[in-house]
Design a protein around this ligand. Structure first.
Ligand code: SF4
Length: 464
């Protein structure tokens, strides 16, 4: 078995199937406090500018609008046909970009850009061009060949020229949601997206020279069966995307109102869901896709698979990343920045976001400043999530501590997982076994000081 495969053990997956964070940050957003203000955020960005002036940056732009609602959706989005709302939003977003560009300073280069949503391609071609031009005016980008410039597209919302517009303004990566190609499933979730449309977009993107194309699938949706989903996976494998995410649909109708449109009796059972997942993993591994971690797979020659192999993979709010050295500035409603030892989140609510931007301040409404303990644990969790191992010596060298001493409680808490074969604990290293990889969130949770004794069921989705 190669180091990047998964050994799917149904009994263990069922035993450990609990709710837990996705660890796109540590501490997680659940720990952010409303006491953290925009003034504090400004202070930390300015401090980072002085102490780390050459450090590269990632820039995330949140574009929340969608044309129609997908019933399974748990994203922060605004569903509207009123195009004026996007224009109003862009007006404030432009101001925020200018403000953040000044605050960050001219020395720092953008190595990674991501536009997410919602549906970024809800914007028309002129708006897309205008937003990129404005962003480039206020931030400094490395050139196209070195940077990773990605956008989430919706094949259903593209005009004839949109893909070439995106390529021309500098995007070199695309990601798109597919979820399931089966028409009955698509109808049940209100997302009709014909396979011909999806694959013709994928094909055109390749012709236009997009370097990496990533697609999202979702298991656990209504009316899915192992056979029907296997057909979707086969068709997607044939189209050959570079990266693939296979997300678990978490049915939480009490929390997400639109999910109430989904008929509970149409949902696959927990056992059926696991069978679908098991089968999907088998198909992807047989087709040569490498398991990256969590819900992500990549072709063996993809940068992400190579980063996993070289131990240079990192994790941030967009998931796995090959640009771990960079800090993150995020603009738009609900967006989360990570810079200068703090995390800062913008207002979710559009009116509040507009009000804060118009007052000339960052739109921050919550955040957290990392403590020395947070830094150590963040490194341990990141090492588990991105390398499937933690070297005691590396952590000790980085923080001047004794690993066994500091993590005595955690090493004891890992014992049942070691007995179940999820981890090996060699004298000076924890290694996640192929059996434990799918349960990496459970293993990471052991090192999360904020989860100790805390319930995870209300805030977080199930790990599988
Ligand atoms: S899944 Fe995507 S396109 Fe559908 S409603 Fe959610 S954000 Fe919009």
């Amino acid at each position: 078995m190669t180091p990047d495969t998964i050994d799917f053990d149904m009994a263990l997956v069922q035993k450990y199937d609990a709710a837990g964070p996705r660890y796109t940050s540590y501490p997680t957003a659940a720990e952010f406090s409303a006491d953290f203000t925009g003034k504090e955020f400004e202070h930390y960005v300015e401090q980072a500018r002085r102490t780390d002036p050459g450090r590269p940056l990632s820039l995330y732009t949140h574009l929340p609008f969608c044309n129609t609602i997908c019933y399974y959706c748990a994203c922060n989005k605004v569903v509207t046909k009123n195009r004026r709302r996007a224009a109003d939003y862009l007006e404030r977003l432009y101001r925020e970009i200018e403000m953040m560009g000044k605050l960050v300073g001219s020395g720092r280069r953008i190595v990674q850009l991501h536009w997410g949503g919602g549906t970024p391609t809800y914007l028309d071609d002129d708006q897309l061009r205008g937003l990129m031009a404005h962003t480039r005016k206020h931030f400094h980008f490395v050139d196209d060949a070195k940077g990773e410039y990605g956008i989430e597209i919706d094949p259903r919302s593209l005009d004839e020229d949109t893909l070439s517009v995106l390529r021309n303004i500098g995007f070199n990566r695309l990601s798109m949601g597919i979820q399931d190609l089966n028409l009955a499933v698509q109808e049940a979730v209100n997302r009709i997206q014909p396979a011909e449309l999806t694959f013709s977009v994928l094909h055109e993107a390749r012709e236009l020279g997009f370097r990496s194309i990533s697609v999202d699938l979702m298991y656990g949706l209504p009316l899915q069966t192992t056979t029907s989903f296997a057909e979707t996976v086969d068709a997607v494998i044939d189209a050959g995307p570079d990266r693939l995410s296979v997300f678990n649909y978490a049915h939480l109708p009490q929390r997400f109102k639109t999910q109430r449109q989904i008929q509970e009796e149409d949902l696959p059972t927990a056992a059926q869901k696991l069978a679908i997942l098991q089968n999907t993993i088998k198909q992807l591994q047989a087709a040569g896709y490498v398991y990256i971690g969590m819900d992500h797979f990549a072709r063996a020659d993809d940068e992400m698979a190579l980063a996993l192999q070289n131990g240079t993979l990192h994790r941030n709010f967009q998931g796995y990343s090959t640009h771990g050295e960079s800090e993150l500035i995020a603009v738009g409603n609900s967006a989360i920045s990570q810079i200068g030892g703090c995390y800062a989140q913008n207002a979710h609510d559009l009116e509040e976001y507009y009000r804060l931007i118009e007052a000339g301040s960052p739109a921050t409404v919550r955040g957290i400043v990392l403590t020395p303990d947070d830094y150590v644990r963040r490194d341990v969790i990141s090492s588990l999530m991105c390398r499937f191992r933690v070297s005691f010596a590396e952590i000790e060298a980085g923080y001047g501590l004794d690993f066994m001493d500091k993590f005595q409680y955690e090493l004891t808490a890992l014992e049942p997982m070691r007995r179940d074969g999820l981890v090996d604990i060699a004298p000076r290293q924890i290694t996640v076994t192929p059996r434990g990889r799918l349960l990496i969130r459970n293993i990471a949770m052991v090192f999360d000081a904020y989860r100790r004794g805390a319930s995870t069921t209300t805030r977080f989705s199930k790990v599988i």
